[in-house]
Design a protein around this ligand. Structure first.
Ligand code: BES
Ligand code: ZN
Length: 592
């Protein structure tokens, strides 16, 4: 089989890791995680074993009886990192490796106290998807490999460690330190390994859901996410039993670069979801849905990322539909369609990155991250569902979960499964075109609903010169506002900006989706009264989804470029590396 994942050096013929014991010690003074991993292989192996690493310092490697294992660390590749090649004596099943992380650990975000809500203690969290786990510990960093694990994480007394695993207790470790223990009984791929350390408190909202957050935001978080247990029950009704026992959530500090990350048993969430009105819980529905689509049935590599995200967006919207009705779900589909069209614009509709199966050899998956796998994937799954009818499709989805649970699959595996289950379906919808060709096929499903039509109508009226009044928008959910703002022309007159803001207080919105859609439009329109609020957002929020359009809008206006430069100069070391690199790219692209 040799190497099956373009983003990993792992050769599964050499052996496969099936269990890891982590022993990690976290130093905030040195900004370093030091310790060991003990890897157990499925079967005894001998000869070379290649592991992924990035910017790690490797100490000793030991085999079964403590005997040293010779190793060599290859030259670093900018995307893959360095191959750690071990030379195993025959019959080796257990390998212990000592290592330390460095400043170049791309999965680690070290925060100073002032970057936290409490402002008292520093904070550390991981973001391993897609190929960053290797910068925290040596591993076969491909989702083809799954392992169970145990972990000991030692931290300074006063800090709390949480992990995407079952908590197994904590006790003093001597010398002013405390050790937190965890067990992960379900096998997971490396990208789902996650922990966070800081001033963290927890509160139960049901017998299987606890919210973790900094004490300063915990109560708000508990209120915002109080409905999650109900969501889990709905999801179980749709996709089968929840396999991970607990569903806890961790509200992150502001620098967290994503909306959410589906770390098993412990979803990570951006604090921008705390809108105070539960209007952004679709992100929780999404991360929860990954408990089936993604964490149970996993993409084999980032080339098949849509197997994770396309199915999950579909599942997210099925949950939303069950909870809020199909009209509400249709609003989300329409918002998704706007994002998809923007992605096509960014890449060009012929780009290979608009295929569902994307060729990624030599490509950094973070650089081509886009809405395509999400929204084109969603449309494709919805097309399949609509073509066979919901009842049959739901039964097929249950069998899909059953067949592939705790495994990793490719687009080809999926197509073969469909052919077995529903012969002829794939051909009848031109599935190969959807999966292997760029752009959006004409048979993409469309969404209609009175609520959608109403927003469309108001946008049309706008173009004909009429402006909405309070009665036009009464009863609008956040989604209608997003659609309205995104469907308006890319630039509008300054007096229209003023009118919208005076009538609807958009600059004061506590819903970041509305706020950022509004600020982006206002900045593109050169409406200066929003600039202070833009500065405030760009200096507090780290979610790339919000940073990118705002910087892009500023950079598109020569007179606002200095403001973008000034803010970025102050923030570059505070943003997550991923966000920093993405924004540097925007500056680069727009440099005259
Ligand atoms: N797994 C993703 C986040 C991710 C993707 C991290 C690729 C690193 C690499 C997560 O499930 C996700 O899709 N988050 C979205 C939520 C949205 C689609 C509701 C986000 O962060 O915007
Ligand atoms: Zn996702």
């Amino acid at each position: 089989m040799a190497r099956s994942d373009p983003h990993s050096c792992a050769d599964l013929d050499q052996g496969m890791v099936e269990h890891i014991d982590f022993d990690l010690d976290v130093s905030f003074d040195r900004r370093e995680v030091a310790g060991s991993v003990s890897l157990r292989l499925r079967e005894p192996a001998g000869g070379p074993l290649d592991l992924d690493t990035r910017n790690l310092r490797i100490g000793d490697c030991r085999g079964e009886n403590g005997a040293e294992i010779p190793f060599a660390l290859g030259d670093p590749d900018p995307i893959l990192g360095s191959t750690l090649r071990l030379d195993l004596p025959p019959g080796t099943r257990r390998i212990e490796i000592d290592f330390r992380t460095t400043e170049g650990s791309t999965a680690l975000d070290w925060l100073a106290p002032e970057q936290t809500a409490g402002g008292r203690l520093p904070y550390l969290y991981t973001q391993c998807q897609p190929h960053h786990a290797r910068s925290v510990f040596p591993c076969q960093d491909t989702p083809r490999v799954r392992y169970t694990f145990s972990a000991r994480i030692t931290v300074p007394e006063g800090f709390t460690a949480v992990m995407a695993a079952a908590a197994a207790g904590d006790e003093p470790a001597g010398g002013g330190r405390r050790v937190f223990r965890f067990e992960m009984p379900q096998p997971v791929p490396s990208y789902l390994t996650a922990f966070a350390i800081g001033e963290i408190a927890g509160k139960d909202v049901s017998d299987r859901v606890r919210i973790y957050a900094e004490p300063a935001v915990l109560d708000r978080a508990v209120w915002e996410f109080a409905g999650v247990d109900r969501m889990i029950r709905v999801a179980e009704g749709l996709f089968g039993p929840y396999e991970w026992e607990r569903y806890d959530m961790l509200v992150m500090p502001f620098s967290f670069p994503y909306g959410g990350m589906e770390n098993p048993r412990l979803t990570f969430l951006t604090p921008t979801l705390l809108a105070g009105d539960r209007s952004l819980v679709n992100v929780v529905a999404h991360e929860l849905a990954h408990s089936w689509t993604g964490n149970l049935v996993t993409n084999a590599s980032m080339e098949d990322f849509w197997i994770n995200e396309g199915f999950t967006v579909w599942a997210e919207r099925r949950i939303l539909e069950a909870l809020e009705g199909s009209e509400y779900a249709a609003l989300h589909a329409a918002i998704g369609r706007i994002a998809l069209d923007e992605a096509f614009e960014r890449f060009g509709a012929d780009s290979p990155y608009t295929r569902l199966k994307t060729p990624l050899a030599g490509v950094d998956p973070d650089e081509v991250y886009s809405e395509v796998p999400y929204e084109k994937g969603f449309l494709f799954v919805t097309l399949l569902e609509r073509t066979v009818g919901r009842e049959r499709w739901d039964a097929v989805i249950r069998r899909y979960m059953d067949r592939f649970r705790f495994t990793s699959i490719t687009s080809e595996d999926l197509l073969a499964f469909l052919e077995e289950e529903l012969p002829g379906l794939a051909d009848s919808v031109d599935a190969r075109r959807w999966v292997y060709e760029p752009g959006l096929p004409e048979n993409a499903p469309a969404f209609a609903s009175p609520r959608l039509e109403r927003v469309r109508w108001l946008v049309k009226a706008w173009q004909e010169g009429s402006r909405p009044g309070p009665e036009d928008v009464s009863g609008w959910a956040a989604e209608e506002w997003q659609l309205f703002l995104k469907w308006l022309p890319r630039e509008i007159a300054e007096e229209d900006c003023r009118l919208l803001d005076e009538r609807f207080s958009l600059t004061a919105s506590g819903n970041y989706e509305i706020l950022v859609a509004w600020l982006t439009l206002a900045v593109r329109s050169g409406y200066r009264p929003v600039l202070e609020r833009v500065r405030q957002v760009l200096t507090t929020v780290g979610r790339q989804k919000y940073l990118r359009p705002l910087y892009q809008a500023l950079l598109a206006r020569p007179e606002l470029r200095p403001l973008a430069e000034e803010i970025f100069a102050a923030m570059r070391t505070k943003y997550h590396t991923l966000s920093r690199v993405a924004i540097e790219g925007l500056f680069e692209k727009t440099r005259k």
